[in-house]
Design a binder for this molecule. Structure first.
Ligand code: OSB
Ligand code: MG
Length: 392
């Protein structure tokens, strides 16, 4: 494999052009809070959730002769267990950091996404607060230019094979039941949550029943990469033909995930460890220097990386160095899921994403979820996110 020129790669990413439009200004920002109840409680190695808080951001923009508005979602978990963000913290970040920064520069004209994010670009982290406002921007720009957002981003796919993420259960039979339901609905790729002691036995049971299913596992940082028993279990997963092992080790760690990757054949996928683009470049540097870049996979979640612009740069970096990436989920409402589908239109995002539940996600959703047909979903072609009959 040819050596990667990181200076060239960084320059290439910096030179990324985003769609230009007529000058607009922000007129008004509304933050709408919704508590939403999941149909099925969702369990990961860090907790079990039934109710989640979401912040929907509505922004009205004015151009010379019209007003356009857009909607975005900041999905959250109640506790700071995933990437350090949590509902009350995201609320504070939206209300005291991101929105005031935007309103302070309300009179500046915006002609592209870089102009839009400039006022809050000094805010470090707090990525889930940022994704909601940027989502509102893109929905509005799609309406302004009368195009679906995926086309503004140069997406070329309008139909996608999707996957589902199955939460932890106390026995393999319960996980199998959920998988059977998903497979019956036509879903082609399954991800299960694992943790030490709830891994091999589960994967083995699934493989006995579904020998050829596209299957992957997610450890959500539950494994100690220095514990020989944990490493042994991760190695043993090699036997089950998994697409990847997602984030077994701690948040932020990249180096010891790489050390693990040298020892196991199953590709390692990073989620919690990749917050900024610099984290991704560090991972690419390690895996490519070790000549095992084909064993690195990237989960890109727009809320974790601070919005759509950053998610696009993540995808572009993966494409330029030739590694696989996919769009993960944060149990978004149908609004957030639809915006993730637009992102998944990019050709660089080339593995099935976590876009659907094993049934419906929420008891009451804010918009109708797109139809699943033979394991595929068609991305809306109407302007903006293409949402119809929104109830927020
Ligand atoms: O690690 O991908 C994860 C949900 C909450 C926090 C972390 C994760 C998840 C999921 C859910 O796996 C994916 C979905 O939205 O369906
Ligand atoms: Mg994950």
């Amino acid at each position: 494999m040819a050596k990667i020129d990181f200076r060239k790669l960084a320059q290439n990413l910096q030179a990324t052009e985003f769609v230009e439009h007529e000058p607009i200004r922000i007129k008004k920002i509304d933050v709408i809070v919704r508590e939403m109840e999941l149909v099925m409680p969702f369990e990961t190695s860090f907790g079990r959730y039934k109710n989640l808080t979401k912040y929907f951001i509505k922004i009205d923009f004015v151009s010379k002769n019209k007003t356009v508005s857009g909607l975005g979602e900041s999905p959250t978990l109640p506790d700071a267990v995933y990437d350090g963000e949590f509902s009350e913290g995201v609320r504070a970040a939206i209300n005291t950091q991101v929105v005031p920064a935007l309103l302070k520069e309300k009179d500046k004209t915006i002609k592209n996404v870089n102009d839009f994010i400039a006022p809050y670009s000094t805010v470090v982290n707090n990525n889930m607060a940022k994704v909601g406002v940027e989502g509102a921007y893109w929905d509005a720009i799609g309406k302004l230019l009368k195009k679906p957002v995926w086309q503004l981003w140069g997406g070329r796919r309008n139909s996608l094979a999707v996957g589902t993420s199955v939460g932890l259960e106390s026995d393999p039979a319960m996980v199998l039941k959920k998988i059977e339901k998903a497979v019956a609905n036509g879903i082609k790729r399954i991800k299960i949550k694992i943790k030490p002691g709830r891994d091999i036995q589960y994967v083995k049971a699934i493989r006995e029943k579904f020998p050829r299913l596209l299957l992957q596992v997610d450890g959500n940082a539950a494994y100690d990469l220095f514990n020989p028993d944990h490493i042994k279990a991760l190695k043993e997963l090699n036997e089950y033909d998994l697409l990847m092992i997602e984030q077994p080790g701690p948040n932020k760690d990249i180096v010891f995930h790489y050390e693990l990757s040298k020892k196991i054949a199953t590709p390692v996928c990073l989620d919690e460890s990749l917050i900024d683009l610099s984290d991704l470049l560090a991972a690419i540097k390690l895996w490519s220097d070790g000549n095992i870049l084909d064993r690195l996979i990237v989960n890109i979640k727009p809320p974790r990386v601070g919005g759509w612009r950053n998610a696009i740069l993540f995808a572009k970096a993966c494409g330029l160095v030739g590694i696989k990436c996919w769009c993960g989920g944060m149990l978004e409402s149908a609004l957030g899921k639809i915006s993730n589908l637009h992102f998944n239109s990019l050709m660089e995002v080339n593995l099935p994403g976590d876009h659907v539940a094993q049934g419906r996600y929420y008891v009451e959703d804010v918009v109708k979820a797109p139809a699943l047909n033979g394991g595929k979903i068609i991305i809306p072609s109407e302007p903006g996110w293409g949402l119809k009959n929104i109830k927020i």
